[in-house]
Design a protein around this ligand. Structure first.
Ligand code: 6CS
Ligand code: FE
Length: 296
């Protein structure tokens, strides 16, 4: 397949315009959903939309209890799905939670999330990746600036920009605990990055990403145009963001964890192919290839 979004092959970085629409069914003819026309328009313009109060405290309590149960299980901790922080042995992320836990599988397929994903993608969708990011109190480290699509294209073979992420705030996101930061409008540009993908890159990148990240000038151009926002998502809110929106998050200096559940929905019309890096695909728990279960 031709590579319409080449990256990590040149010695110089750059911006190219996005080649795919942001909304694939803008009028909602085939995939109507809960977002209002105004919310859809702001997603199209900014590359994200925040839905406050989507889930109740009781529902978020159930998710946190499930997460605590993961933490008490030493066998689960030893599995490759569990990623630890770069400078401590605190748990940073747990992958494939929609596959391994009924609580998180119910959350991923809840209409408050799934119907929005379908509405944005204009088709049925399946979970390409799921994870819980724990960002533990005081030791939770950053996620450096990146476009998710850049990684999913190069390392997972996702052909087109037709995926959307839902980040569910299980705890409040504040200015003190390393909230998600987004660059409005950045999803309309593809930042090609410099540097070759090391073999088994995921073994380091999921702890601290250094390849597939933008250079300073490209980031400045995006931020000159759109600025940076860090929505103060309260517990129970969901932030939906486009697969190509430039984002990052800082360290958590607060004495409380900042925990989000994160689900990536890919269109069933955008199934992954061989990675464009030419390397081995990443493991199934990071990028679904076999388990394609349309939301329906
Ligand atoms: O590797 C992934 O799929 C995701 N994780 C990181 C740290 N960067 C790219 C992407 O968001
Ligand atoms: Fe990301």
């Amino acid at each position: 397949m031709v590579d319409d979004y080449p990256s990590r092959i040149d010695t110089s970085a750059g911006l190219m315009p996005r080649l795919d629409p942001v909304l694939h069914d803008p009028r909602g003819t085939d995939t109507p959903g809960p977002l209002t026309p105004e919310q859809l328009a702001s997603f199209e313009r900014d590359g994200f939309v925040v839905l406050d109060g989507a889930f109740s405290d009781g529902e978020m309590d159930a998710c946190m209890r499930e997460l605590e149960a993961f933490g008490r299980d030493p066998a689960r901790r030893a599995r490759p799905e569990t990623i630890v922080e770069p400078e401590s042995d605190s748990v940073r992320s747990v992958f494939a939670v929609h596959r391994d836990s009924e609580v998180f599988s119910d959350l991923a397929t809840d209409p408050r999330i799934a119907d929005v994903a379908r509405q944005i993608l204009g088709s049925d969708a399946y979970v390409h990746q799921s994870r819980v990011n724990l960002k533990p109190a005081m030791t939770g480290k950053e996620f450096f600036w990146h476009s998710d699509f850049e990684t999913w294209h190069v390392e997972d073979g996702m052909p087109r920009m037709r995926a959307v992420s839902a980040s569910v705030a299980m705890t409040d996101n504040t200015e003190f605990n390393g909230p998600l930061m987004l660059v409005p409008g950045s999803h309309k540009w593809y930042v090609t990055t410099v540097g070759e993908t090391p073999e088994r890159h995921y073994e380091t990148s999921l702890r601290r990403q250094e390849i597939g990240v933008p250079d300073e000038e490209s980031l400045r151009r995006l931020v000159d145009e759109g600025g940076i926002v860090a929505p103060k998502a309260q517990r129970g809110a969901v932030i939906f963001f486009d697969c190509n929106t430039m984002h990052a998050s800082g360290v958590n200096l607060s004495p409380y964890p900042r925990s989000n559940a994160f689900f990536v929905f890919n269109s069933v019309e955008n199934l992954v192919v061989d990675p464009f890096s030419g390397q081995e695909p990443r493991p199934e728990h990071i990028a679904s290839r076999q388990r394609i279960e349309p939301l329906g």
